[in-house]
Design a protein around this ligand. Sequence first.
Ligand code: CP
Ligand code: NVA
Length: 306
Amino acid sequence: MPYKHLTGLDQINAEEMTQLLELSAKIKADPDAYRTRLAGKSLAMIFQKPSTRTRVSFQVGIYQLGGQALVMGQNDLQLGRGETLADTARVMSRYVHGIMARVFAHSDVVELATHATVPVINGLSDLLHPCQAICDYLTMKEHLGDLSGLRVAYLGDGNNVAHSLAYGAARLGVSLVIGTPGGRYAPDEAVIARAREDAKATGASIDVVEDPREAVAGARVVYTDVWTSMGQEAENERRLADLHAFQLTGELFAQADKDAIFMHCLPAHRGEEVTDEVADHERSVIFDQAENRLHTQKALLVTLMG
Ligand code: CP
Ligand code: NVA
Protein backbone atom coordinates (compact mmCIF):
# COMPACT_ATOMS: atom_id res chain seq x y z
CA MET A 1 0.00 0.00 0.00
CA PRO A 2 1.84 3.11 -1.20
CA TYR A 3 -0.21 5.69 0.70
CA LYS A 4 -0.62 5.63 4.45
CA HIS A 5 -3.14 8.42 5.04
CA LEU A 6 -5.97 10.01 3.10
CA THR A 7 -5.90 13.72 3.86
CA GLY A 8 -6.92 14.55 0.28
CA LEU A 9 -7.27 12.87 -3.11
CA ASP A 10 -4.16 14.80 -4.18
CA GLN A 11 -2.30 12.28 -2.01
CA ILE A 12 -3.21 9.32 -4.24
CA ASN A 13 -2.61 8.64 -7.90
CA ALA A 14 -5.01 7.73 -10.70
CA GLU A 15 -4.43 4.00 -10.33
CA GLU A 16 -5.04 4.11 -6.57
CA MET A 17 -8.24 6.08 -7.11
CA THR A 18 -9.47 3.52 -9.65
CA GLN A 19 -8.55 0.67 -7.27
CA LEU A 20 -10.58 2.29 -4.49
CA LEU A 21 -13.63 2.45 -6.77
CA GLU A 22 -13.16 -1.16 -7.83
CA LEU A 23 -12.81 -2.38 -4.25
CA SER A 24 -15.86 -0.33 -3.24
CA ALA A 25 -17.95 -2.06 -5.90
CA LYS A 26 -16.68 -5.48 -4.78
CA ILE A 27 -17.46 -4.80 -1.12
CA LYS A 28 -20.88 -3.43 -2.03
CA ALA A 29 -21.67 -6.52 -4.12
CA ASP A 30 -20.48 -9.01 -1.50
CA PRO A 31 -20.30 -7.43 1.97
CA ASP A 32 -20.22 -10.84 3.69
CA ALA A 33 -16.84 -11.60 2.18
CA TYR A 34 -15.38 -8.71 4.20
CA ARG A 35 -17.19 -9.37 7.50
CA THR A 36 -14.02 -10.11 9.49
CA ARG A 37 -11.50 -8.09 7.48
CA LEU A 38 -10.88 -5.61 10.31
CA ALA A 39 -11.64 -7.94 13.24
CA GLY A 40 -10.16 -6.59 16.46
CA LYS A 41 -9.33 -3.21 14.93
CA SER A 42 -10.47 0.16 16.23
CA LEU A 43 -11.05 3.47 14.47
CA ALA A 44 -11.04 6.69 16.49
CA MET A 45 -13.26 9.39 15.05
CA ILE A 46 -12.76 13.00 16.11
CA PHE A 47 -15.42 15.54 15.20
CA GLN A 48 -14.86 19.28 15.45
CA LYS A 49 -18.09 19.75 13.45
CA PRO A 50 -21.46 17.98 13.27
CA SER A 51 -22.11 15.04 10.93
CA THR A 52 -24.84 12.61 10.00
CA ARG A 53 -23.55 10.63 7.01
CA THR A 54 -19.83 10.57 7.83
CA ARG A 55 -20.36 9.59 11.42
CA VAL A 56 -22.98 6.90 10.83
CA SER A 57 -21.43 5.41 7.69
CA PHE A 58 -17.94 5.12 9.21
CA GLN A 59 -19.29 3.70 12.44
CA VAL A 60 -21.52 1.15 10.72
CA GLY A 61 -18.85 0.51 8.09
CA ILE A 62 -16.10 -0.53 10.48
CA TYR A 63 -18.62 -2.60 12.45
CA GLN A 64 -19.57 -4.45 9.23
CA LEU A 65 -15.86 -5.18 8.74
CA GLY A 66 -15.54 -6.73 12.20
CA GLY A 67 -13.97 -3.72 13.92
CA GLN A 68 -15.25 -0.97 16.17
CA ALA A 69 -15.37 2.81 16.21
CA LEU A 70 -14.92 5.35 18.99
CA VAL A 71 -16.71 8.63 18.33
CA MET A 72 -15.45 11.74 20.08
CA GLY A 73 -16.22 15.42 19.92
CA GLN A 74 -13.32 17.81 20.28
CA ASN A 75 -14.45 18.67 23.82
CA ASP A 76 -14.62 15.05 24.92
CA LEU A 77 -10.86 14.98 24.52
CA GLN A 78 -8.08 16.83 26.30
CA LEU A 79 -7.66 18.59 22.94
CA GLY A 80 -10.44 20.87 24.16
CA ARG A 81 -8.22 21.79 27.14
CA GLY A 82 -5.08 22.49 25.19
CA GLU A 83 -3.37 19.13 24.57
CA THR A 84 -1.74 19.43 21.16
CA LEU A 85 -2.91 17.64 18.04
CA ALA A 86 0.57 16.14 17.70
CA ASP A 87 0.44 14.57 21.18
CA THR A 88 -3.16 13.45 20.61
CA ALA A 89 -2.06 11.71 17.40
CA ARG A 90 0.90 10.05 19.13
CA VAL A 91 -1.22 8.81 22.04
CA MET A 92 -4.11 7.58 19.91
CA SER A 93 -1.68 5.68 17.71
CA ARG A 94 -0.85 3.53 20.76
CA TYR A 95 -4.49 2.45 21.15
CA VAL A 96 -6.23 2.42 17.77
CA HIS A 97 -5.50 1.30 14.22
CA GLY A 98 -6.79 4.37 12.43
CA ILE A 99 -8.00 7.92 13.06
CA MET A 100 -10.73 9.74 11.15
CA ALA A 101 -11.00 13.46 11.78
CA ARG A 102 -13.51 16.12 10.74
CA VAL A 103 -11.87 19.49 11.26
CA PHE A 104 -12.10 23.18 10.46
CA ALA A 105 -8.50 23.98 9.43
CA HIS A 106 -7.14 21.51 6.88
CA SER A 107 -3.77 21.89 8.58
CA ASP A 108 -5.25 20.10 11.63
CA VAL A 109 -5.79 16.86 9.72
CA VAL A 110 -2.34 17.21 8.14
CA GLU A 111 -0.88 17.72 11.63
CA LEU A 112 -2.59 14.56 12.88
CA ALA A 113 -1.24 12.62 9.88
CA THR A 114 2.25 13.98 10.45
CA HIS A 115 2.41 12.69 14.01
CA ALA A 116 0.21 9.57 13.93
CA THR A 117 1.81 6.21 13.28
CA VAL A 118 -1.57 4.84 12.18
CA PRO A 119 -3.57 5.94 9.09
CA VAL A 120 -5.39 9.27 9.29
CA ILE A 121 -8.48 9.90 7.17
CA ASN A 122 -9.89 13.34 6.44
CA GLY A 123 -13.62 13.19 7.19
CA LEU A 124 -13.99 16.78 5.90
CA SER A 125 -11.92 19.89 6.38
CA ASP A 126 -12.62 23.45 5.28
CA LEU A 127 -10.49 22.71 2.20
CA LEU A 128 -11.29 19.13 1.19
CA HIS A 129 -13.82 16.31 1.53
CA PRO A 130 -12.09 13.32 -0.09
CA CYS A 131 -14.40 10.59 1.28
CA GLN A 132 -17.30 12.40 -0.35
CA ALA A 133 -15.69 12.52 -3.79
CA ILE A 134 -14.76 8.81 -3.77
CA CYS A 135 -18.42 8.06 -3.05
CA ASP A 136 -19.57 10.53 -5.71
CA TYR A 137 -17.53 8.96 -8.49
CA LEU A 138 -18.69 5.45 -7.57
CA THR A 139 -22.27 6.73 -7.79
CA MET A 140 -21.63 8.29 -11.22
CA LYS A 141 -20.04 5.08 -12.44
CA GLU A 142 -23.02 3.03 -11.28
CA HIS A 143 -25.53 5.29 -12.98
CA LEU A 144 -23.63 6.38 -16.09
CA GLY A 145 -20.85 3.85 -16.71
CA ASP A 146 -17.41 4.90 -17.92
CA LEU A 147 -16.17 8.04 -16.17
CA SER A 148 -13.61 8.97 -18.80
CA GLY A 149 -14.76 12.11 -20.61
CA LEU A 150 -17.93 12.30 -18.49
CA ARG A 151 -19.21 15.87 -18.35
CA VAL A 152 -19.92 16.88 -14.74
CA ALA A 153 -21.18 20.30 -13.65
CA TYR A 154 -20.72 21.55 -10.11
CA LEU A 155 -22.76 24.62 -9.29
CA GLY A 156 -22.63 27.13 -6.42
CA ASP A 157 -19.90 27.71 -3.85
CA GLY A 158 -16.38 26.64 -4.82
CA ASN A 159 -15.89 24.82 -1.51
CA ASN A 160 -14.35 21.67 0.00
CA VAL A 161 -16.73 19.42 -1.96
CA ALA A 162 -15.92 21.18 -5.26
CA HIS A 163 -12.20 20.89 -4.52
CA SER A 164 -12.35 17.14 -3.91
CA LEU A 165 -14.48 16.64 -7.02
CA ALA A 166 -11.72 18.43 -8.94
CA TYR A 167 -8.95 16.21 -7.56
CA GLY A 168 -11.09 13.14 -8.25
CA ALA A 169 -11.93 14.31 -11.79
CA ALA A 170 -8.23 14.76 -12.54
CA ARG A 171 -7.57 11.16 -11.56
CA LEU A 172 -10.49 9.65 -13.45
CA GLY A 173 -10.43 11.58 -16.75
CA VAL A 174 -13.66 13.45 -15.97
CA SER A 175 -14.55 16.78 -17.65
CA LEU A 176 -15.54 18.92 -14.68
CA VAL A 177 -17.02 22.41 -15.01
CA ILE A 178 -17.32 24.40 -11.79
CA GLY A 179 -19.82 27.27 -12.01
CA THR A 180 -19.60 29.87 -9.24
CA PRO A 181 -20.18 33.65 -9.00
CA GLY A 182 -16.37 34.07 -8.84
CA GLY A 183 -14.43 36.19 -6.35
CA ARG A 184 -14.74 34.80 -2.82
CA TYR A 185 -16.91 31.92 -4.15
CA ALA A 186 -14.36 30.76 -6.72
CA PRO A 187 -12.57 27.50 -5.93
CA ASP A 188 -9.12 27.70 -4.38
CA GLU A 189 -6.58 28.62 -7.06
CA ALA A 190 -3.90 26.26 -5.79
CA VAL A 191 -6.33 23.32 -5.78
CA ILE A 192 -7.45 24.06 -9.35
CA ALA A 193 -3.86 24.47 -10.54
CA ARG A 194 -2.86 21.15 -8.96
CA ALA A 195 -5.95 19.40 -10.36
CA ARG A 196 -5.19 20.75 -13.85
CA GLU A 197 -1.61 19.55 -13.58
CA ASP A 198 -2.76 16.07 -12.55
CA ALA A 199 -5.44 16.10 -15.27
CA LYS A 200 -2.78 16.07 -17.98
CA ALA A 201 -2.08 12.38 -17.32
CA THR A 202 -5.71 11.26 -17.72
CA GLY A 203 -7.14 13.68 -20.30
CA ALA A 204 -9.42 15.20 -17.65
CA SER A 205 -10.39 18.86 -17.84
CA ILE A 206 -11.19 21.24 -15.00
CA ASP A 207 -12.96 24.43 -16.07
CA VAL A 208 -14.20 27.28 -13.92
CA VAL A 209 -16.99 29.51 -15.27
CA GLU A 210 -19.21 32.23 -13.82
CA ASP A 211 -22.41 31.54 -15.77
CA PRO A 212 -24.62 28.82 -14.29
CA ARG A 213 -26.16 28.02 -17.70
CA GLU A 214 -22.77 27.60 -19.29
CA ALA A 215 -21.75 25.27 -16.46
CA VAL A 216 -24.81 23.07 -16.79
CA ALA A 217 -25.16 22.99 -20.61
CA GLY A 218 -24.89 19.39 -21.82
CA ALA A 219 -23.75 18.03 -18.45
CA ARG A 220 -24.56 14.40 -17.62
CA VAL A 221 -24.23 15.11 -13.89
CA VAL A 222 -25.36 18.29 -12.15
CA TYR A 223 -24.03 18.57 -8.62
CA THR A 224 -24.54 21.21 -5.99
CA ASP A 225 -23.81 21.77 -2.30
CA VAL A 226 -24.92 24.16 0.43
CA TRP A 227 -24.00 27.80 0.01
CA THR A 228 -23.07 28.18 3.67
CA SER A 229 -20.66 25.51 4.82
CA MET A 230 -20.09 24.59 8.44
CA GLY A 231 -18.26 27.45 10.13
CA GLN A 232 -19.60 30.13 7.75
CA GLU A 233 -22.94 30.65 9.47
CA ALA A 234 -22.27 34.34 10.22
CA GLU A 235 -22.13 35.00 6.45
CA ASN A 236 -25.36 33.17 5.71
CA GLU A 237 -27.48 36.13 4.58
CA ARG A 238 -24.81 37.52 2.31
CA ARG A 239 -24.19 34.10 0.79
CA LEU A 240 -27.88 33.53 0.06
CA ALA A 241 -27.99 36.83 -1.79
CA ASP A 242 -24.71 36.40 -3.66
CA LEU A 243 -25.41 32.83 -4.81
CA HIS A 244 -29.06 33.29 -5.69
CA ALA A 245 -28.52 32.98 -9.47
CA PHE A 246 -26.91 29.57 -8.94
CA GLN A 247 -29.98 27.94 -7.43
CA LEU A 248 -30.60 24.65 -9.23
CA THR A 249 -34.20 24.94 -10.36
CA GLY A 250 -36.08 22.54 -12.63
CA GLU A 251 -35.61 25.03 -15.42
CA LEU A 252 -31.83 25.16 -14.99
CA PHE A 253 -31.60 21.36 -14.59
CA ALA A 254 -33.41 21.05 -17.94
CA GLN A 255 -30.44 22.79 -19.63
CA ALA A 256 -28.30 19.75 -18.86
CA ASP A 257 -28.30 16.51 -20.87
CA LYS A 258 -31.83 15.09 -21.15
CA ASP A 259 -30.79 12.07 -19.04
CA ALA A 260 -28.64 14.04 -16.58
CA ILE A 261 -28.61 12.93 -12.95
CA PHE A 262 -28.72 15.27 -9.95
CA MET A 263 -26.24 14.84 -7.11
CA HIS A 264 -25.71 16.53 -3.74
CA CYS A 265 -23.39 15.49 -0.92
CA LEU A 266 -26.16 16.37 1.59
CA PRO A 267 -27.27 17.85 3.88
CA ALA A 268 -29.29 19.94 1.41
CA HIS A 269 -30.84 23.28 2.21
CA ARG A 270 -33.90 22.80 0.06
CA GLY A 271 -35.19 26.08 -1.36
CA GLU A 272 -31.66 27.56 -1.29
CA GLU A 273 -29.10 25.81 -3.54
CA VAL A 274 -31.69 23.36 -4.92
CA THR A 275 -35.45 23.28 -5.23
CA ASP A 276 -37.60 20.36 -4.07
CA GLU A 277 -38.46 19.74 -7.72
CA VAL A 278 -34.83 18.84 -8.51
CA ALA A 279 -33.97 17.18 -5.16
CA ASP A 280 -36.97 14.86 -5.56
CA HIS A 281 -36.66 14.50 -9.35
CA GLU A 282 -36.79 10.98 -10.80
CA ARG A 283 -33.20 11.56 -11.95
CA SER A 284 -32.03 12.66 -8.50
CA VAL A 285 -29.65 10.01 -7.09
CA ILE A 286 -28.90 11.73 -3.79
CA PHE A 287 -29.86 8.81 -1.58
CA ASP A 288 -27.94 6.25 -3.66
CA GLN A 289 -25.06 8.66 -3.28
CA ALA A 290 -25.49 8.89 0.51
CA GLU A 291 -25.57 5.07 0.70
CA ASN A 292 -22.32 4.85 -1.20
CA ARG A 293 -20.50 6.68 1.57
CA LEU A 294 -20.77 3.38 3.46
CA HIS A 295 -19.38 1.15 0.71
CA THR A 296 -16.57 3.46 -0.38
CA GLN A 297 -15.41 4.13 3.18
CA LYS A 298 -15.35 0.41 3.87
CA ALA A 299 -13.02 0.11 0.87
CA LEU A 300 -10.88 2.91 2.26
CA LEU A 301 -10.72 1.31 5.72
CA VAL A 302 -9.78 -2.08 4.23
CA THR A 303 -7.09 -0.41 2.10
CA LEU A 304 -5.55 1.61 4.92
CA MET A 305 -6.15 -0.59 7.96
CA GLY A 306 -6.46 -4.09 6.49
N1 CP B 1 -21.99 14.61 3.18
C1 CP B 1 -21.57 14.59 4.46
O1 CP B 1 -20.37 14.56 4.74
O2 CP B 1 -22.56 14.59 5.36
P1 CP B 1 -22.40 14.76 6.95
O3 CP B 1 -21.98 16.19 7.19
O4 CP B 1 -23.77 14.46 7.48
O5 CP B 1 -21.36 13.81 7.44
N1 NVA C 1 -19.57 22.09 2.14
C1 NVA C 1 -20.29 21.47 3.24
C2 NVA C 1 -20.29 19.99 3.09
C3 NVA C 1 -21.06 19.25 4.16
C4 NVA C 1 -20.98 17.77 4.00
C5 NVA C 1 -19.67 21.90 4.55
O1 NVA C 1 -18.44 21.94 4.65
O2 NVA C 1 -20.42 22.22 5.48
